[in-house]
Every structure is written in structure tokens, then in C-alpha cells.
Design a protein around this ligand. Structure first.
Ligand code: ARG
Length: 589
């Protein structure tokens, strides 16, 4: 469906042109004085200069021209030359009725041009548990993925595992000390390697930090780990077999963790998958004269004219020939282009890596790894802080594991829910999980991604205010009203949404009409917080309407059925929004 704002704009533009003015003056915006009008146009002020007329004369003419237009209930010209617009009740009711008949999209049209987009998010590191630092990438990335799909794009989400580098050598070294007899360490072994891994996930999660700690104190140990890394990267069979065990054990644990967050990926590729592409890529960069040796290292200059700060060269290989994080990201672009040829790659990564990505993007473009048509986008996010304003920690001051954070919030929510409800224990458990996830995700997503924010458990889990649970509570309330209506044996067959009878009802209807514009804009700006802001406004508008309206006691059956349809639409739109953000609502809470 055409957006309401576009329909109004078209009418006002025609109004200007019928009066002999350039139609571009008919730009309309949502009113910033909702007490005076719903939409406004300030075009007469600009037209006055061009046509050397008083602005209010132009505004008067256009207002006169728009009289009787079926889209408006009133068009007022106000000095010095504003046009204040109110939408016609019948028009709005019919528009919303049209939205309701489209239960999948509620009238939101797909993007005109369908793009193929890869999103690089999650970025967990193998053999290390997920901690709160990984939360934001997962939550924001998942939501951008869902919004993009809703807008009709083909989206491929890739987790981009950190599965390359010293951490692997450290694990191998520690394992060798503990179990030197394993066949993986026997260089003369030629048989098949066992299918069962020689460790469990909890062992693995203990092995890595132990090894990492030891390497900091014992330089011989560190050398051994570096040597093991080198051998692994240069094809030592036993070590590669260990690597795939590490990956398998780690990935199934990661999948379970992400599932609890309602986050999923299409591709489980990692840094290691990029390695085979490095030699040819480096050769090409050298041959085409982009890469040169500087202080022993191979680099590509990426500074550009007009840079206001220094952008250092992108390092491709260290002086010992080893590859780096950069090299891997560039080689990842190589296979992404070869296998998928995306129109855009979006990286959802901590904003502290912004300069790094500027270097990588410039280098990829300069060396021709991507064509001009492929957009490379950095979506950087800020830090999740504790109440003390410092990065979120456990009570003891350690790094907070994601699992522990989730279960803490779950417990908190379970307490609240079982206090207020008589539901059976497993329903309470499940409901607590659903509501807890909304608290975490909404708490995060409602902030502009690039900003740091304070993770405030008490505020985020509250059923009141700008929180996930408040939105869910509003949905649950609507579900219960709809169930009551149905239980009375009533049905809305043949009913229509009626023109608003009160200010609150009109306000709710106007909010509903903004849905497609809000979602479209949120995706364009890769800004899930705009979906949150829209939802919050809509939930508030609904609650004000509901306080002032006796829906169940309404005696006029047609009017009551109209309310019920309005409720269904509000519920549908809110449910669609939370789906786009990656959480869902329970039936009761
Ligand atoms: N594993 C990295 C980290 O923990 C994040 C990866 C981000 N994505 C990328 N393509 N570099 O910092």
C-alpha cells in the first residue's frame, strides 16, 4: 500500500500545481504540534520568495483548492503561511482496514530494488565462551537481517568465527602436555583420526584460559604454542584433525547459546575458511603494484586526499610472512565475492574497530577485491556498560558470560511472573524466558547502536516504561481482550474499522498508519532503535485509547466490532515489530 504520508503529499503537491506553483513546494511532514494538526506543509513560505507573494496568500489559495478533498477533514492556512492538515476519518479508517487485510505485511511494500546482502555478525571466538561483549553484535545483526528480509532483500547472515591464530596453538600445546600419547601428536601416524573429540566443551573452556595464562608467564610455553600454530597453519595433519574437533565441539555449543537468544546464521564460516585465498590475493596485490614492503612488512597505502586524520597503511603480511586479522578479512571478501557476489556486505562489529574497517574497505576497493557496485558498510556499536558506567562485569568483577547473564535475568523474571500468576510451573518458566529475552533485546536495541548504554537489569525488566516487557504486556492485554470477545461467541465477520470517535482513538489510528514508513526508514538507516521508538509510541497510543474506551461494554455491536478490528491490527503490527527485532510475546504474563 502506498504510505499515508505519500498519499497526502501527492494531494498537496497537486494543490500547489493547480494554483500555478511548482509542485515540489507541497512537501508534507508529520506535525511537530500534534495539538494543532496531524500533518503540516511549510511550502508556501519557500514559494513566497520564488513567486514574490506573501506566504499566507499562497497558503490560502492552496487551502481553498484542497477544500473538499476526500483525504483531509481540514486544511487550514495559518499565518505566516503554514498549512495545517488533518486526515479524514473515513479515509483513515479505510486505509487501516486495508492494512488489516494484509496479515503478513500490514501494507508495507517491499523495496523496489531487491538486493543481495551479506551480514557479518556474531563474531564469536572458538573455544572461548560467549561473553556480554558478543551480545550486541548478535542482537543488532539478527534484527538488521530480519528487517532486510522483510523489506524483500536476499540476506545471508555469516557468523564469521574467530577460529584462526594463536588460540588454536595454545589449546594444542596444553592438550599435548596433558595427554602426550594421543595420536594427533604422533608425526608418523598415518591412520584415520578418531571421530570422537578428546575433550568436552567444559574441558575446552578450561583448557584455553589455562593455556593462555601459562603462555604469559612461560616463554618456552609460548614459543611452543606459536610453533604449533605455525604447524597447524602449514598443514600438519594431526593438528588439523584437532582443529576440526575444537570447531565441532565449540560450534555446537555456540549454536545452543545463540538459539537461546533467538539468533541464527545461514553460514558458519570462519577466519580459517579465508586462508586458502590468501596466497593468490597477496600475489595479485603485489603484481598490480598496490602492495609494497615497508619496514619489512607488506602493506597497501589507503590514505586518501581530504582525510582529516591519518589513516595508516593496511598491513597485509608481517615481516615474518605471517598473515593478520586484516589479511583474513580481505581474503574473506574474496570468497564472499566469488561465491555470492553480494551488492552489499554489512559488518556489525564493535565501533572501536571502525578505523580498522576503514583500512580494510579502502584496501579492498583499491586492490579491486570488490567492484564499485558493492557497498561495504560498517555498523559499529557502542559498549554495554554496568551501572558504574564501566564495561559490564560480574559482581566479582570478572567478564560476564552470556549464559550467566541470561540465566540471571531469567531467574529475576521467573520470580516476578510466578508472584503475579497462578500458571503451572513450566508455563511460568517458558513465559519468564520469553519476557526475559524481550527485556535484554529491547534494552539493547532501543538505544542507537553506535552509543554506549547502561545495562540496567531493574529498569529493563520493569513492566512499565520504555521496556520490552511493557510492549509484551500490551500485546498480552490485547490477546486477552480478543479472547474474551471470542468467548462471548461474537465475531467481526462483515465488520469494518470505523472513523475515530475520540481524540485517543484518532491518535491510535494515526500511529497505526505510520507503520510502513517507520519500518522502511528504520531499515534504510540500519536503525533498529527506530522500530523500538515506533512500537513504544504505538503501545502508548493504544493504552491511552484503551483507558478511555469501554471496549467490552460497548453496546453498539458495529462500533464494538470496529474496536476489535482496531485491536487486532494494533496487536498484529506490534507482533510484526517484535518479530523484526527478534523476540516474541507469550499468551499470558
Ligand atoms: N572475532 C572478532 C572479535 O571478537 C570479531 C569479528 C568481527 N568480524 C569481522 N569480519 N572482523 O573481535
Amino acid at each position: 500500500m502506498e504510505k499515508i504520508l505519500d498519499i497526502i503529499t501527492k494531494e498537496v503537491r497537486e494543490g500547489f500545481s493547480s494554483c500555478g506553483y511548482e509542485e515540489s513546494y507541497g512537501r508534507v511532514t508529520i506535525s511537530n504540534r500534534p495539538d494543532l494538526c496531524e500533518y503540516q506543509c511549510n511550502g508556501a513560505l519557500a514559494a513566497a520568495k520564488a513567486y514574490k507573494k506573501a506566504p499566507f496568500v499562497i497558503a490560502d489559495e492552496v487551502a481553498e483548492q484542497l477544500k473538499g478533498n476526500k483525504v483531509f477533514s481540514s486544511v487550514e492556512s495559518v499565518k505566516p503561511g503554514f498549512l495545517n492538515l488533518k486526515i479524514d476519518g473515513d479515509f483513515l479508517a479505510e486505509y487501516l482496514f486495508g492494512m488489516l487485510s494484509d496479515k503478513e505485511r500490514f501494507g508495507c511494500e517491499k523495496a523496489e530494488e531487491k538486493k543481495k546482502i551479506m551480514i557479518d555478525y556474531g563474531g564469536p571466538n572458538v573455544a572461548k565462551p560467549l561473553h556480554v561483549g558478543h551480545l550486541r553484535s548478535a542482537i543488532i545483526g539478527e534484527s538488521v537481517k530480519r528487517m532486510g528480509r522483510f523489506m524483500g532483500h536476499e540476506i545471508i547472515g555469516d557468523v564469521h568465527l574467530g577460529d584462526w591464530g594463536l588460540q588454536m596453538g595454545l589449546i594444542i600445546t596444553e592438550l599435548k602436555e596433558r595427554q602426550p600419547g594421543l595420536v594427533y601428536f604422533d608425526e608418523n601416524y598415518t591412520g584415520e583420526y578418531p571421530g570422537e573429540p578428546p575433550f568436552t566443551i567444559s574441558e575446552l573452556e578450561e583448557i584455553y584460559p589455562t593455556a593462555s595464562g601459562r603462555s604469559k608467564e612461560d616463554s618456552a610455553y609460548k614459543d611452543a604454542a606459536m610453533e604449533a600454530t605455525f604447524e597447524l597453519q602449514h598443514g600438519r595433519k594431526g593438528y588439523q584433525a584437532l582443529l576440526s574437533h575444537i570447531l565441532n565441539v565449540s560450534v555446537s555449543d555456540l549454536k545452543r547459546n545463540y538459539e537461546n537468544l533467538n539468533v541464527s546464521f545461514d553460514l558458519w564460516k570462519g577466519e580459517s575458511d579465508a586462508q586458502p585465498f590468501i596466497p593468490e590475493m597477496v600475489e595479485k596485490m603485489k603484481k598490480e603494484g598496490h602492495a609494497y614492503i615497508s619496514e619489512g612488512a607488506l602493506v597497501v597505502d589507503v590514505k586518501e586526499e581530504g582525510d582529516t586524520k591519518e589513516i595508516p597503511p593496511c598491513m597485509i603480511l608481517k615481516s615474518d610472512g605471517a598473515s593478520l586479522y586484516n589479511t583474513t578479512d580481505l581474503a574473506t571478501i574474496v570468497w564472499r565475492m566469488r561465491d555470492y557476489h553480494p551488492d552489499q556486505i554489512i559488518y556489525v562489529v564493535d565501533k572501536r574497530q571502525e578505523l580498522y574497517f576503514t583500512q580494510v574497505f579502502r584496501c579492498a576497493r583499491k586492490t579491486g577485491l570488490v567492484e564499485d557496485e558493492t557497498e561495504l558498510t560498517f555498523l559499529g556499536f557502542g559498549t554495554m556498560n554496568g551501572k558504574d558506567g564501566k564495561p559490564f562485569k560480574t559482581r566479582e568483577g570478572g567478564v560476564m558470560r552470556l549464559e550467566n547473564l541470561l540465566s540471571e535475568i531469567n531467574d529475576e523474571m521467573y520470580k516476578k511472573i510466578s508472584e503475579n500468576n497462578t500458571m503451572a510451573n513450566d508455563e511460568a518458566q517458558n513465559t519468564a524466558k520469553t519476557v526475559a529475552l524481550s527485556a535484554i533485546k529491547y534494552g539493547d536495541l532501543s538505544n542507537q547502536a553506535s552509543k554506549d548504554y547502561i545495562f540496567d537489569v531493574e529498569r529493563f525488566t520493569s513492566f512499565e516504561g520504555n521496556t520490552g516487557p511493557y510492549i509484551l504486556y500490551t500485546i498480552v492485554r490485547m490477546k486477552s481482550i480478543l479472547a474474551k470477545y471470542e468467548a462471548l461467541g461474537k465475531a467481526v465477520e462483515g465488520a469494518k474499522i470505523l472513523p475515530a470517535g475520540t481524540e485517543h482513538e484518532k491518535a491510535l489510528m494515526l500511529e497505526l498508519g505510520r507503520f510502513s514508513g517507520a519500518v522502511e526508514n528504520a531499515y534504510e538507516e540500519l536503525a533498529p532503535h527506530k522500530v523500538c521508538a515506533y512500537m513504544y509510541d504505538l503501545a502508548n497510543a493504544f493504552n491511552s485509547f484503551y483507558h478511555g474506551t469501554k471496549v467490552m461494554a460497548e453496546e453498539d455491536e458495529k462500533r464494538q466490532a470496529g474496536y476489535i478490528l482496531l485491536l487486532e491490527l494494533t496487536k498484529g503490527v506490534l507482533e510484526k515489530c517484535i518479530e523484526l527485532l527478534g523476540f516474541s510475546a507469550p499468551d499470558r504474563m
